[in-house]
Ligand binder design. Structure first.
Ligand code: C2O
Length: 552
């Protein structure tokens, strides 16, 4: 591979959407941010210079970061933030991954405006295991807030209530014509008839899983989270925050004399408040014998087709869709599913509440403040970085190693939750030896409503070996696990009112964050960290930190 250099200047930029202009934090003034492009095996070097008042870190979401944990990026986990005027160089290789990932800010809610695609091509001369696309197009979903997102989360955490929802969903930063004052801010995909396009879909939204569809067109799913899957056709797909999906779009054989909406709107289980709106982009065909896209024709003069999307809480669709995802699992792309398990964990994930601090009024349920937890622990980030304290043996007073491996009090997770579900705070981690084979079952609790939680694991891909509704049954459910061709990915939706089982191998020393990729849930504490120790061999050890690693 080669080395690819990028320079990311963090700076403010005025951006207008929905007739609201605001100053947002960006990379190089771009919204969405610039594309990172690499081939499998390449090294990527990104020099980040912070010119704004906010502290910043960047995360290369889904990049394995094999023995390069210092470049992973979650604030106070693998690094202290890059402060105003400071520079940090992220340096990592892309190994055994090809497809689409994305990068985003990983501190507070700054990823609302700081995100962009990572496009990973196969090595030179290695073809895709599917038809060579005529063109490739990144399509990145996001959320636009008219208000300042840092103010929104600060206020929510102070009052204990739920944060304001966004004002629009976006496709490549554009809300589209269904929103007021937004017709001109519409993503248009101009295509030729009879061609195959590779769409690289990324959900960078803060707080919403999304359904996506293109009217009158079928999509072929070929890759998720930068791992090939067995191709299958679908009219509609589901993508959670933190997930990426490559799809083939075969255009109609002849100029259809029509325009087609592509739409995304939320899959929203169990929540009282969410933004129940739709972002659309336009698929427009270029007229034969004309090199001009049909922009000038516009959507007014052509018949317009709109896709229909599932209901907002169509959990059955979500479950059936995710069940269809399977690894290629062939000789060229084997699925190295751990067949035996060294350590088993059972984590409850979900919302909860905490008492309102004295002399304060809280806006959470019954005057409490909202919290979220894993096994009833609401994770509190330290004021220094976990990875540094681990590496230098200074973890005393920073974190404890007693993260509960089971819920402290089991209950009927999908029935009526017990009255007292107050969650505790802690900075607790699980310590694992190198090359431990882990099975982790995550069970959604119905506390404050059954809800799908897209859990994201840093530093590893995992295999989704099982999922189901109701309470996980350790005596029965494992017999149905798929240990042959389960999908391999970095973010999985724990089903609303159900559970998911994953397996992974701790082949990557470091401190690895795991959290719900609904940002509000992360803010409330639905997060934890795994500490993976060095192995014995030299190539199983985490190297020393780079000299420019920021200090807290
Ligand atoms: Cu995409 Cu920890 O994040």
């Amino acid at each position: 591979g080669i080395t690819r250099h990028y320079k990311f200047n963090i700076r403010l930029q005025n951006v207008t959407r929905l007739c609201h202009t605001k100053s947002i934090v960006t990379v190089n003034g771009r919204f969405p941010g610039p594309k990172i492009f690499a081939r499998e095996g390449d090294r990527v070097v990104v020099k980040v210079v912070n010119h704004v008042q906010n502290n910043i870190t960047l995360h290369w979401h889904g990049v394995r970061q094999l023995r390069s944990g210092w470049a992973d990026g979650p604030a106070y986990v693998t690094q202290c933030p890059i402060q105003t005027g400071q520079t940090y160089v992220y340096n990592f290789r892309i190994i055994s991954q090809r497809g689409t990932l994305f990068w985003h800010a990983h501190i507070s809610w700054l990823r609302a405006t700081i995100y962009g695609p990572i496009v990973i091509l196969p090595k030179h001369g290695v073809p895709y295991p599917f038809i060579k696309p005529y063109k490739e197009v990144p399509i990145i979903f996001g959320e636009w807030f008219n208000a300042d997102t840092e103010a929104i989360i600060t206020q929510a955490l102070q009052t204990g209530g739920g944060p304001n929802v966004s004002d629009a969903y976006t496709i490549n930063g554009l809300p589209g014509p269904l929103y007021n004052c937004s017709a001109r801010d519409t993503f248009r995909l101009s295509v030729k008839p009879g061609k195959t396009y590779l769409l690289r879909l990324i959900n960078a939204a803060l707080n919403d899983e999304l359904f996506f569809s293109i009217a009158n067109h079928t999509l072929t799913i070929v890759d998720v989270d930068a791992i090939y899957v067995k191709p299958f056709d679908t009219d509609i797909l589901l993508i959670t925050p933190g997930q990426t999906t490559n799809v083939l779009l075969k255009t109609k054989p002849h100029y259809p004399n029509a325009t087609f909406f592509m739409s995304a709107r939320p899959y929203a289980t169990g929540r009282g408040t969410f933004d129940n709106t739709t972002t659309v982009g336009i698929l427009e065909y270029q007229k034969p014998n004309s090199s001009h896209p049909s922009n000038a024709i516009g959507i007014k003069n052509l018949p317009l087709f709109r896709p229909s999307l599932p209901g907002l809480n169509d959990t059955a669709f979500a479950a059936n869709y995710t069940r269809r995802l399977r690894s290629l699992a062939n000789a060229q792309f084997p699925a190295n599913v751990p067949q035996t398990v060294d350590r088993r964990f059972f984590f409850t994930v979900g919302l909860g509440t905490q008492p309102c601090p004295k002399n304060q009024t809280c806006q959470g349920p019954n005057g409490t403040k909202f919290a979220a937890s894993v096994n009833n622990v609401s994770f509190v980030l330290p004021t220094t970085a976990l990875l540094q304290t681990h590496f230098f043996g200074q973890s005393n007073g920073v974190y404890t190693t007693n993260f509960p491996t089971n819920p402290p009090f089991p209950f009927n997770y999908t029935g009526t939750p017990p009255n007292n579900t107050m969650v505790s705070n802690g900075t607790k981690v699980v310590v694992l030896p190198f090359n431990t084979s882990v099975e982790l079952v995550m069970q959604d609790t119905s506390i404050q409503g059954a809800e799908s939680h897209p859990l994201h694991l840093h530093g590893f891909n995992f295999f989704v070996v099982g999922q189901g509704f109701g309470n996980y049954n350790p005596n029965k459910d494992p017999s149905n696990f798929n240990l042959i061709d389960p999908v391999e990915r970095n973010t999985v939706g724990v089903p609303a009112g159900g559970w998911v089982a994953i397996r992974f191998q701790t082949d990557n020393p470091g401190v690895w964050f795991m959290h719900c990729h609904l940002e509000v849930h992360t803010s409330w504490g639905l997060k934890m960290a795994w500490v993976v120790l060095d192995g014995k061999l030299p190539n199983q050890k985490l190297p020393s930190p780079p000299s420019d690693l920021p200090k807290c």
